[in-house]
Structure formats: C-alpha cells, structure tokens
Design a binder for this molecule. Structure first.
Ligand code: F6P
Length: 323
C-alpha cells in the first residue's frame, strides 16, 4: 500500500485531531503517502482531498474539533454518492482509508469498502460512547469532564441562591454522559432516555431532599428522554409542585469543544497508530476498539449495534449517595 487517506465524519469529538495526527505520522513512518479528506464523506464526493505531511498535523494534539472538518452526508447513503466517492479515491490513487467517526460512519465505510474494494478501517470518535465493540470512544472522557465541571459551577450558584437546577447534557439516545456526569457531580437525580420519565417520582425526590435539609439540588437531564428537554422537565415540576423557581442550563455543544483530556489524546493516538498498521497488514472492514485498554479490531457489523451502557445499579448509586 503506497497511499492512504483519512477523514472525520459525523459529530466532531475532542481527540479527533490527536487521532488524525497519529494516522498521518504513522503512515509517514511506514513510507506511505497520506492524504486528508475534508468534511467527511461529503468532501470525498466533492474531491476535497489534500496531501498531508508531518507538519500538517503540528500543534493540533491539544485542540478540539477536527482540522479536516466534518459533516453528516446524506448523499453518501445513496449508491450514486458512493460511486462518486469510489471514483474520487481511484482518481487520487488512494489504496486505503481511515474513517474517524461515530456509528453512522461505519455503515458508510462498510458500504464504500464493499462497493469499491478499497480497504477501510475505522476509529471510534463520538462523545456519546455508544458504539458497539469498544469500551471507550474518543471524546467521551472530555465531554464527561466538561459536563461535570459545568455541574460543579452550577452547584456553586445553586447553593448561593438556594435553587434547584435542571442541567441538560448531550448523548443523543444514550444516557451514559448523563449518568456519569451526574454521579461525578453529585447530582440528586439523573433522568435518562432509557428510563420512562416519572414526574411525580421526581417531585418526591425533590421533596425528600428538601425535607432532609437540602436548600439546592441538581437534576441532570440527559437529552432524548420521554420527559422532553430540561426546560420541559422544569416546567412539569413547577406545574406539579412548590419547586417553581428553578433554573435550567443546557450544556449542549460546549461538551463537544475544548481541550481533549489526556485520556482522549492517549486513546486517539493509540487507535490512530493501530488503524494504520492494521490497514498495512491487510485489515479491512474493521474498527479499532479499546478492550480492557488493549487495542483490538472489531468488524464493522459489530459497531452498528449501538452499545447502551444504561445501568440501573449506577442510578441506584446516584440515589443512595444523593441523600
Ligand atoms: O453524536 C454526538 C452528538 O453530540 C449527540 O450527543 C447530539 O445529540 C448530537 O451529536 C448533536 O448533533 P448536531 O451537532 O448535529 O446538533
């Protein structure tokens, strides 16, 4: 293999730049030419393919986002889009592709590989930590720490004003960021999409807290739940109870930006190295996964079954400790 390319796809995740850096420099170390594809599969279709060298990835390991930029690409779901992408890879003489992204990215990579015969290897990058086959995805640890820090800050002002805060965190359909940030931030309750919303039970929790002498409380609302947004939950609680003067904070995309943690940089660097070595060793149709801190290969098919780390025991721990 003489020439490979790398792209980032789907929602960006802190640590993607560290992964790009590792892919580029590992390729160079193996005397393989390396190209970057801008804006994910859309850039591949458009032919936004640029040569990279060791200096193209200087000074990026500590930056969030992705220097290659990213996109969610509908055109790539169509046969015609994949055909155009295949033509572009052939035009540029690209013999292997590293795809850094979330769950939708591997379906795309799988279809491209089947269509074009060009080997594809994936690296899991998403804050949601919801990809089958790997214990950790790049970006989750940073997003979790951002959410935890936000909760810490909100607790200060909540305590100062004797207020209850509803804090909304991301995660799409997965409450894992919510559960982990809630536990780490000492939240009184965490609402997750995996569990039906019970407004009366939540009011009961708040009343119990107040009866135990709590003057301020933090309720983490993971997005995607049937109770709606943190604003909806706060409104419902206000309607049903005496907790009418609460505040809402939506952390949102703040979780996706900023300096990646050491954990994410190390994970991304290790995965980037293994992804390129795997390609050069003849692997294809696999994602690099972290299993008990060892980097292994998992077939793309395994990554489609979105992994859900909902754990009722963890919620119980949050309740037990949030008394
Ligand atoms: O998948 C990552 C994620 O940040 C989810 O947590 C969130 O639901 C979604 O992407 C937001 O997507 P967008 O950036 O398109 O608003």
């Amino acid at each position: 293999m003489k020439r490979i390319a790398v792209l980032t796809s789907g929602g960006d995740a802190p640590g993607m730049n560290a992964a790009i850096r590792a892919v580029v420099r590992t390729a160079i170390a193996h005397q393989v030419e390396i190209y970057g594809i801008e804006r994910g599969y859309q850039g591949l279709i458009d032919g936004a393919i640029i040569p990279m060298d060791a200096r193209s990835v200087s000074g990026i390991i500590h930056h969030g986002g992705t220097i290659l930029r990213t996109a969610r690409c509908d055109a790539f779901r169509e046969e015609s889009g994949r055909e155009q992408a295949t033509r572009m890879l052939a035009t540029h003489g690209i013999e292997g592709l590293v795809v850094i992204g979330g769950d939708g990215s591997y379906r795309g990579a799988h279809d491209l590989w089947k269509h074009s015969g060009i080997p594809c290897v994936g690296i899991p990058g998403t804050i949601d930590n919801d990809i089958g086959g790997t214990q950790y995805t790049i970006g989750f640890d940073t997003a979790l720490n951002v959410a935890m820090e936000a909760i810490d800050r909100l607790r200060d002002t909540a305590a100062a004003h004797d207020r209850t805060f509803f804090v909304e965190v991301m995660g799409r359909h997965n409450g894992y960021i919510g559960m982990c940030s809630g536990l780490a931030g000492g939240a009184e309750e965490v609402l997750v999409p995996e569990k039906a919303f019970d407004a009366h039970a939540l009011v009961e929790t708040l009343r119990t807290g107040a009866a135990r002498g709590k003057t301020s409380m933090i309720i983490v609302v993971a997005e995607g739940g049937d109770g709606g947004s943190a604003y909806d939950v706060a409104a419902k609680v206000a309607e049903l109870s005496e907790f009418k003067d609460s505040r809402v904070a939506v952390i949102g995309h703040l979780q996706r930006g900023g300096t990646p943690t050491a954990f994410d940089r190390i994970l991304a660097s290790r995965m980037g190295v293994v992804a390129v070595k795997s390609l050069l060793d003849g692997a294809s149709g696999v994602m690099i996964a972290s299993e008990n801190n060892v980097m292994v290969q998992r077939p793309f098919e395994e990554t489609w079954t979105s992994r859900n780390l909902f754990d009722p025991d963890m919620l119980q721990v949050i309740h037990t400790l949030g008394v």
